[in-house]
Design a protein around this ligand. Structure first.
Ligand code: GDP
Length: 304
């Protein structure tokens, strides 16, 4: 239900545009396809993914000879579900971590303001609820506010945090955090990092150094590099995904702020273009408003 409410705006906007796109038309012809292309692009699905969807619908029109506009919803739903499936986007509904990795190390990347700290706090809360022992690491040492905000979440969720003063070496904080987690026999480590995109070489070096030092304590750490993107920024989110995937190996995505935006289509485009699974979506500011992304529920909510 949170998901339905969270996607409400995207859905309403999309379907009102779609109904305009097919108004007065009974069959899917070139005009309808042109209009549909506009609807998808303006819903932030992204140009490349939109063209892919249009091509697939064209192929169905060519095959079936006649495709009624009344069937367009169903067909779009099938094609979008198919695309999400290709990207290997999860079927999970629960917050889980692999049992064979202890501590499980999650490194979180993303630019300021996208909801990184909030997402970390929400994740910590979900894992703690399952009885897992969580340790946070404040390796965004660039801004004092980032350390303070993470501390606020650590207090709220009541989990330990490892931090140093502003300006200290992020890799040193990350090292201390995994070390402390191992000493406490913790299950999950979540490392916050600074996302200063304006200097890509620095970002790349900083993230690889963080990884390198963590691996001195925990083999193969981090086990997951989660990129947080603000869904309400549409094309900016695409651009950030492009930059971060160049700077480090991103293994999963969290798309936040899907409530209050009509740009929900960004989830479809980003997962398709970057071939990285969307693991979590944010549909509000409360702790329970971070959800495990489930492609079936997503498509269901959208096309209900
Ligand atoms: P950071 O700078 O990336 O760490 O961003 P924050 O975690 O501080 O979040 C920035 C703002 O976005 C805060 O006011 C959050 O409450 C808000 N926020 C984060 N996730 C969501 C979401 O899914 N929905 C909404 N509506 N707000 C969110």
């Amino acid at each position: 239900e949170t998901l339905d409410k969270g996607l409400e705006k995207s859905k309403t906007t999309f379907f009102s545009k779609l109904s305009k796109a097919v108004a007065g038309k009974s069959k899917v012809d070139d005009d309808v396809l042109d209009n549909l292309e506009e609807v998808l692009v303006s819903s932030d699905v992204g140009v490349a993914t939109t063209l892919k969807i249009i091509e697939r619908i064209e192929a169905r029109v060519a095959k079936d000879k006649y495709l009624g506009t009344d069937e367009l919803n169903k067909i779009l739903r099938e094609e979008i579900a198919g695309l999400l499936a290709e990207t290997n986007v999860g079927n999970e509904t629960e917050f889980t971590i692999p049992k064979d990795k202890k501590p499980y190390v999650l490194m979180v990347v993303g630019v300021n303001g996208v909801g990184k700290t909030t997402t970390i706090g929400k994740l910590a809360s979900q894992f703690k609820k399952q009885g897992l022992k969580v340790v946070l690491g404040a390796a965004d040492t660039f801004r004092a506010a980032a350390i303070d905000q993470l501390q606020v979440w650590a207090d709220r969720v009541d989990v330990p945090i490892v931090k140093q003063k502003m300006g200290s070496d992020p890799a040193s904080v990350a090292f201390d955090t995994v070390k402390s987690a191992v000493n406490q026999n913790a299950d999950v480590v979540i490392i916050d990092t600074a996302g200063r995109l304006h200097n890509k070489v620095n970002l790349m070096n900083e993230l690889s150094k963080i990884k390198r030092v963590m691996q001195k304590v925990v083999d193969n750490a981090p086990h997951d590099v989660l990129l947080v993107l603000d869904g309400s920024t549409g094309q900016n989110a695409f651009e950030q995904a492009k930059q971060f995937t160049k700077a480090t190996e991103v293994t999963s995505l969290a798309v936040t702020k899907l409530d209050g935006t009509a740009k929900g289509g960004v989830v479809i485009g980003i997962s398709d273009q970057f071939k990285i699974p969307v693991k979590y979506i944010g549909v509000g500011e409360k702790i329970e408003d971070l959800q495990v992304f489930n492609k079936f529920e997503f498509v269901d909510s959208f096309f209900k």
